[in-house]
Write a protein that binds this ligand. Structure first.
Ligand code: IPE
Ligand code: IPE
Ligand code: MG
Length: 241
């Protein structure tokens, strides 16, 4: 594959990694087999985005609603996530060299403490990364994120550390999991679904959307290029003319 160049790159790409279950079903395999393959795709596309020079990328790995799935599926996903964390720790030096800053978006309180310990370790160990912000949304819900931001502002207003009238978009954003990162420019959703599924609701206010019928385990660098090509041609107006 030729290494492509783009006239304009999105600063922040968000990816809804969807279609693992259907990928497995098509092959007569258990849904968990789809998650295993999907986790491989995540590594591949994450690396590729970094090679292309995407500055911020956020992958949706597990939503606040995904707990409603069968217990064995939830634990299989958490196990794969744990494997990824272990591998990331082993490859820490490489990440640091590449300037990768790893962050986890979501409510950590419901995640296994053995995992959150590793998550915290990786976030701290890569905090100096300045080339690419690699965000993984786990137990993430856009509504939950907004609510926790509201509660944190309300607490500060109640104890007098902030003036309610001084709460602006910047103050609000500083309480989101994405604090300090730019809004989403391009939202990618494979698997044929055309919905946001509670992902980055505030941050995608003016995002461009790209959909495809490809199932996430089949998603390749070429699909990513296709999404970036589509983005190049979009005329973003932000409410202007
Ligand atoms: C996305 O694939 C992975 C997670 C939501 C964790 P799905 O498991 O939703 O796959 P489909 O949508 O059932 O095909
Ligand atoms: C969104 O996919 C969540 C993740 C990819 C982690 P879902 O499969 O959970 O979304 P719905 O249920 O089709 O909206
Ligand atoms: Mg799905």
């Amino acid at each position: 594959m030729e290494f492509p160049t783009f006239s304009v790159l999105p600063r922040h790409v968000a990816v809804i990694m969807d279609g693992n279950g259907r990928w497995a079903k098509k092959r007569g395999l258990p849904r968990t087999a789809g998650h295993i393959e999907g986790a491989r795709t995540f590594r591949k596309i994450g690396e590729y985005a970094g090679d292309l020079g995407i500055r911020h990328i956020t992958f949706y790995a597990f939503s606040t609603e995904n707990w409603s799935r069968p217990e064995n599926e939830v634990s299989a996903i958490m196990k794969l996530f744990g494997d990824y964390l272990e591998e990331s720790r082993e490859r820490l030096e490489e990440s640091i060299q590449k300037g990768i800053r790893l962050r986890f978006l979501g409510d950590k309180s419901r995640i296994d403490p053995a995992l959150t310990a590793l998550m915290d370790f990786m976030e701290e160990a890569t905090a100096g990364g300045k080339k690419i912000d690699l965000n993984i949304a786990l137990n993430y819900g856009g509504q939950q994120e907004i609510l926790q931001a509201v509660k944190s502002l309300a607490r500060d207003a109640a104890n007098g550390t902030i003036d309610p009238d001084a709460i602006d978009a910047g103050a609000f954003e500083s309480r989101l999991y994405t604090a300090g990162q730019p809004p989403v420019d391009l939202m990618i959703r494979p698997s044929g679904e055309q919905r946001i599924s509670n992902f980055l609701l505030w941050q995608s206010a003016y995002a461009e959307f790209w959909y495809s019928d490809v199932l996430w385990p089949d998603f390749t660098e070429e699909h990513f290029n296709e999404a970036l090509r589509a983005y190049e041609k979009r005329n973003r107006r932000f409410g202007g003319v």
